[in-house]
Design a protein around this ligand. Structure first.
Ligand code: BDR
Ligand code: CA
Length: 315
């Protein structure tokens, strides 16, 4: 199984990614690190804890609390998109799921214990990853691969016309990460990959939501709010970029096309804050990332169906 740390702002599809990390036999999820992003920080922690409970995996994976705001800016969430990130669900979760060790310390320690062995899947703003790079400049060399959900490949944003949410929230962190010298960075974008290959049309979504398991009911609670938001802004289905990013690490055959790019993130303009310039390496400077151009939608959603059909103890 593929060992990795999941850096997340757990709401909606982040929680689906956590489910994959916990229940896909090919995934070896070692730790969850929490970063400020989608919804209030404490709510994100509760969403992650509930996800562990629904998966019947309490105690299987520690949650480490990380940066509670971006490096240089005030936190801006996306509660209009996500609500509270779990469809208003509340459930008692056992004590002790949150580690005393902070996220940045955990990232530095775990990659020191197993240098070159652990990958990171970063599906929120890149604040924790940048902070780890700042705290220890040898950190990037110890990470096997860094998979990032963020940016658009010179296409549409989703929080502004120019920017995708994760890069918009902490553009300085994103630029630090792209400059940090990780040996293998893989990027899954909002446009085009999420809007084509990680998009579940409503009818298929409803079919998955009808599966009679606690996990499928949880999935519906997570994703209904976001689907309604996406449809209100013209996105024709339920979007799953975070879980697709994780699956591309664990099952690399899902990546149907990729190319080396030089990725840079806009940090000075107010209008285009967080815009990702993705320059095809043929024309531009040295590549710093592999950017996914096509992913296997059918294989991904078959895996999602299998995940939702998994029977756990009712919670
Ligand atoms: C990304 O932003 C968040 O709203 C989602 O969790 C995803 O990581 C999509 O732009
Ligand atoms: Ca996310």
């Amino acid at each position: 199984a593929v060992p990795f740390i999941l850096d997340t702002d757990s709401a909606q599809d982040d929680c689906v990614a956590i489910l994959f990390g916990l229940l896909d036999p090919a995934a070896d999820l070692r730790a969850i690190t929490m970063v400020a992003g989608n919804v209030g920080f404490d709510r994100q922690v509760h969403n992650a804890a509930m996800t562990l409970a629904v998966a019947d995996k309490v105690g299987a994976c520690p949650i480490h609390l990380g940066c509670s705001r971006p490096l240089m800016r005030a936190w801006e969430g996306a509660e209009d998109v996500h609500g509270d990130g779990s469809g208003g669900l509340s459930m008692d979760v056992p004590d002790g799921m949150v580690s005393n060790e902070g996220a940045v310390d955990a990232l530095l320690r775990m990659t020191s214990e197993e240098p070159g062995e652990l990958s990171i899947v970063a599906i929120g703003p890149l604040t924790n990853i940048a902070a780890a790079c700042i705290a220890d400049r040898t950190f990037p060399q110890r990470v096997k691969s860094l998979y990032i959900m963020g940016g658009s490949n010179n296409g549409r944003g989703n929080i502004t016309a120019a920017a995708e949410f994760n890069f918009y929230v902490d553009p300085e962190a994103a630029q630090i990460v792209f400059d940090a010298g990780f040996s293998d960075v893989v990027v899954l974008t909002w446009d085009p990959v999420t809007l084509t290959d990680a998009l579940l049309p409503r009818l298929d979504y409803e079919e998955l939501c009808a599966i009679d398991t606690p996990i499928a009911r949880f999935f519906k609670a997570l994703c209904d709010h976001t689907l309604a938001y996406d449809e209100s802004v013209g996105v024709p289905g339920s979007t799953h970029p975070d879980s697709m990013t994780l699956q591309c690490l664990v099952h690399p055959e899902l990546i149907l096309a990729e190319a080396p790019y030089r990725v840079d993130v806009e940090t000075t303009s107010a209008l285009t804050r967080g815009y990702s310039a993705m320059a095809w390496d043929k024309f531009e400077a040295t590549a710093n990332a592999r950017v996914i151009e096509r992913a296997d939608s059918a294989a991904f959603f078959a895996r999602l169906r299998a995940l939702l059909e998994t029977h756990t103890r009712p919670v």
